[in-house]
Write a protein that binds this ligand. Sequence first.
Ligand code: DC
Length: 450
Amino acid sequence: MGINIALDGPSGAGKSTIAKMLAERLGYVYVDTGALYRSIAYYVISQGADPKESGQVCPLLSRIDVKLAYENGTQLVLLNGEDVSDKIRTPEISMGASAVSAIPAVREFLFELQRSIARENNIIMDGRDIGTVVLPNADVKIFLTATAEERANRRFKELQEKGDSSTYQQVLEDIKQRDYNDTHREIAPLKKAEDAVEVDSTNLSLDEAVEAIYKIAKDKLNPHKDDTIPKKHEPKEVAKIRPVKRGKKLNPIRMFLYTALRLVVKVIFRCWFNLSFEGTENIPKDGSNIFASNHRSYSDPIFIALPIRVPISYMAKEELFEKNVFFTWLIRFFGAFPVTRGKGDTTAIDTSIEKLEMGRNLVIFPEGTRSKDGKVGKGKTGVALVAAIAQVPIIPVGINFEGKLKFRRKVVVRFGKPLRPEELAVKSANPKELKVLKNRIMDAITELVH
Ligand code: DC
């Protein structure tokens, strides 16, 4: 994928002139998508069909082959091999393009062509729906506007230079009509993408508008470095694998105390709840494992820890440590470590790996929050990231109870067969492998919830 800059906005805001100048300055390819809609309109009109009638336009699409070519940095539009670049710049074709662009089959017809150009090149693409539909993941999104009067003024001057006899009033009416069409059509209407930066060019000269957009692009693509805009995406850093040495022995006195207290809490929990465990033969005897579980209640870490010999650790939101003294003591005793939310994932990931290195087991709830309806959610990749970096087994856990957790509620905790990153060929922490591993973990948890 090249670097993609999406430039959307209404007709006559100066998109094409600005995009061309920017493309030249950056050495990117300029893609004028309006020209594609124009060439369809041109063909439709040349065949005597009505661009507003989808019944007349659609059957013609199979006869159209439209391509963009570049000659000395200038974009040429080739319609069935013929260069129509100039012929598509008339007021009649402008209106026709606005009409055909409201037909879903036309948009679909041009969609893949636009995407493929963006995949292969560093581009500035101008249009109406680039930031919203065609390239929703564009690196930079600009929404360029200007008042209808100012836009009509600019277009009027352009047409006069070409010898066109349209009056200012006609041009203004055309612009207003096209604005209406483009913003009111059902499919991919002209609108600012949520993450686009709006630039109003009404009172800006051409150079000022180019400079403003260049600066926005530079700040997005190269925020802290020099004054240049990159020609390539910097490769994303992939976390390094650091396999944890397993089988580390924990301090025997602490282990003895932990075992004694765990058994006491087990008796209390068994009295309080109708609690049973299944699949405990899947729990490894040593530590440094990840237990990945669905999340139903604040008692979940304790339910999981009760049948496991080696102490567990788990992340808990900071607020939980501010509850009553007994609760705080209990969760600390069962290995909770506080995570300040919003501090960034790396601290939590590093702490998790430290705990595994110490020989403790780690409990992770991949869904992040408690499930209200008992269904297993999608899960985040953090669990796969820790497992891939540390290369430790993941034991899926399913916590089952009906409704709310209350006195004497039947609770079944099921432990599944360990998943091992090395057996699943997860040998790095690249996003694709992590997603596969995360999905495997979530599937295994879901099988244990019934
Ligand atoms: O940018 P332009 O004036 O050359 O565009 C001609 C028409 O094509 C415009 O009225 C709306 C339509 N268009 C569109 O719907 N989506 C795009 N990405 C580009 C243009």
